[in-house]
Design a protein around this ligand. Structure first.
Ligand code: MG
Length: 387
């Protein structure tokens, strides 16, 4: 029986993880659940899964929640609660399913305790990849990717030696705006951006997917997970999202991992690796797939991907700046305070203006994140840049 700590249990990855747990009640026991503020959902999850500890990031919600009687589990709150739970709670597998930078500190605590990390929170590797990988090596913590592309690459690399890898090829759906011109992108609405053609996900990642920043974060994630340079990490647009990613070897042979899209497959694999267990959440029926197409990503209209390659090459805190500025820009777009095309503009301003620190410590990363957020919040991009 493996004990799970699911950090971010109300988000789309957290909910899918609980669906996997439901399939294997004899294999997994939920010990820790954390949410930001969705306490109604948490209440239902407590009733069903009976964890020993929960954390509610929003302190006010946590206080209200404690007043309601009848929970046998301990209720912690805030960032300190998250750290205390991952640093001191009883569990075997840490599921990192929180959204954004907030996922980093609890993940580091879990790594220090040599836990298995099923990592869906890509920001952890984007902002602190070097530190995270070094720390995981030092403490013998296994990091198993949950992100579908990285799970695909991880699976393709099993049994292969890394010096025979020619390149990683990450597939991108291209999002809902794949065929739009620059002029058309100017006018897209929040609702348009939230209409993803193949994957059903949370709002932040759906916008990142529409801007191609999701793929930008993922190339940086792949760089750290698989230890390959920028030149060996390619992106190809594959709108059907059947091939989740590929590895090309030095002899020209290519391995791919495929299925109709369902995040429960990579989640389950990260929990059960090296075993594969029968679950069949989805069945891939090849005759019903009319075609599979591939295109070069449009990095001129979708500048977020180009900015991510640039930040990866610059290194140091550049990916942290990229990520923090993007989080603020996406929040502004979701609040209809800025346009879709201003997302890369905000990020580019931050990358140009904020000082980059090489070989940053964790404090320098935290500081860079804070400074970038303040800078990006203040930025009134419409006034500064003539579109
Ligand atoms: Mg992905």
């Amino acid at each position: 029986m493996k004990r799970l700590a699911i950090f971010g249990s109300s988000g789309s990855i957290g909910l899918s993880t609980l669906e996997v747990v439901r399939k294997f009640p004899d294999l997994f026991k939920v010990e820790i659940l954390t949410v930001n503020s969705s306490t109604d959902l948490l209440e239902a999850q407590i009733r069903e899964f009976n964890p020993s500890l929960v954390v509610i990031s929003d302190s006010k919600k946590a206080k209200d929640f404690r007043k309601r009687a009848g929970y046998r589990c301990e209720v912690l709150e805030g960032d300190e609660g998250l750290i205390a739970a991952s640093g001191g709670g009883e569990y075997d597998i840490f599921v990192g399913a929180m959204v954004g930078f907030a996922g980093l500190p609890p993940t580091l605590e879990a790594i220090k305790r040599s836990k298995r990390i099923a990592l869906a929170n890509k920001e952890t590797l984007v902002v602190a990849g070097e530190l995270v990988i070094e720390l995981a090596k030092k403490h013998g913590a296994e990091i198993l990717p949950v992100d579908s592309e990285h799970s695909a690459i991880f699976q393709c690399l099993i049994g292969e030696s890394s010096n025979e890898v020619a390149k990683l090829i990450l597939t991108a759906s291209g999002g809902p705006f794949r065929n739009k011109t620059y002029e058309e992108l100017r006018a897209v609405s929040v609702a348009d951006a939230l209409r993803h053609p193949t994957w059903k996900m949370g709002n932040k990642i759906t916008i990142d997917s529409a801007s191609l920043m999701n793929k930008g974060l993922e190339i940086i994630e792949a760089h750290w997970l698989f230890g390959l340079p920028k030149e060996k990490i390619d992106v190809v647009v594959h709108p059907q999202s059947i091939i989740h990613s590929m590895v090309e070897f030095v002899d020209g042979s290519i391995k791919a991992q495929l299925s109709v899209p369902d995040m429960k497959i990579p989640i389950q694999y990260a929990l059960t690796y090296p075993s594969r267990l029968p679950a069949e959440f989805v069945k891939t029926d090849f005759p019903s797939i009319a075609n599979m197409t591939f295109h070069k990503p449009d990095m001129e209209n979708f500048r977020c991907l180009a900015l991510a390659y640039q930040a990866m090459e610059t290194g140091g805190t550049a990916p942290c700046i990229l990520n923090a500025a993007n989080e603020i820009a996406v929040a502004k777009f979701l609040n209809e305070e800025t346009g879709f095309l201003q997302i890369p503009e905000i990020i580019e301003e931050a990358l140009n203006k904020i000082q980059i620190v090489h070989k940053p410590t964790i404090d320098e990363i935290l500081n860079c994140d804070r400074v970038t957020r303040e800078f990006s919040e203040r930025l009134n991009i419409q006034e500064k840049i003539n579109v």
